[in-house]
Design a protein. Structure first.
Length: 167
């Protein structure tokens, strides 16, 4: 979980959420591990956020831009990727994976505090949570290269210098 020492106020955080012990539910964390093998600008930090929740509050307060990768149980075919630009906690899919309640509660709190970052959510549809299963199913493993492309597209969607009054 080590991040660069430069101030995060002008950086983008790529945050993978998930539980590696629950199969496809860990897709965000698996993607972060893949992304760590690539080169990224100094203005980008990568973070394995585990199962989310309030321990991530500092990161959501510190970064003006966050790309969030998470699994969702939304009845779409496994491996469907949706890119969502939520402005409020209620804009997130209703069926984010197993850490849904803590993450949404934290985001609602940030909204009340007036420091809700600019978030691009990459929601990956999964069929089920597989308790005590390490690894991804073939449909989810197959979309990891597309997720990498989507992360870079999210970065490209933001201007090089973004100013924000929320920090």
């Amino acid at each position: 979980m080590s991040l660069a020492t430069t101030s995060s106020a002008s950086k983008t955080l790529i945050l993978g959420i998930g539980n590696l012990l629950m199969g496809d539910e860990g897709v965000g964390v698996h993607l972060i591990e893949r992304l760590r093998q690539q080169s990224w600008p100094l203005t980008v930090d990568l973070l394995d956020g585990g199962t989310g929740g309030f321990h991530l509050l500092t990161f959501f307060e510190s970064y003006p831009r966050i790309i969030l990768i998470d699994a969702t149980l939304d009845q779409r075919p496994a491996g469907t990727i949706r890119r969502i630009r939520p402005r409020f906690a209620s804009d997130f899919p209703k069926a984010l994976s197993t850490h849904d309640i803590g993450l949404k509660d934290m985001l609602s709190g940030l909204q009340l505090l007036g420091c809700f970052p600019d978030i691009q959510l990459l929601a990956v549809s999964i069929d089920t949570v597989q308790p005590m299963h390490i690894g991804l199913s073939p449909p989810i493993e197959a979309v990891l290269p597309q997720l990498e492309v989507e992360v870079r597209a999210c970065l490209d969607a933001w201007p090089a210098a973004v100013t924000t009054n929320s920090l």
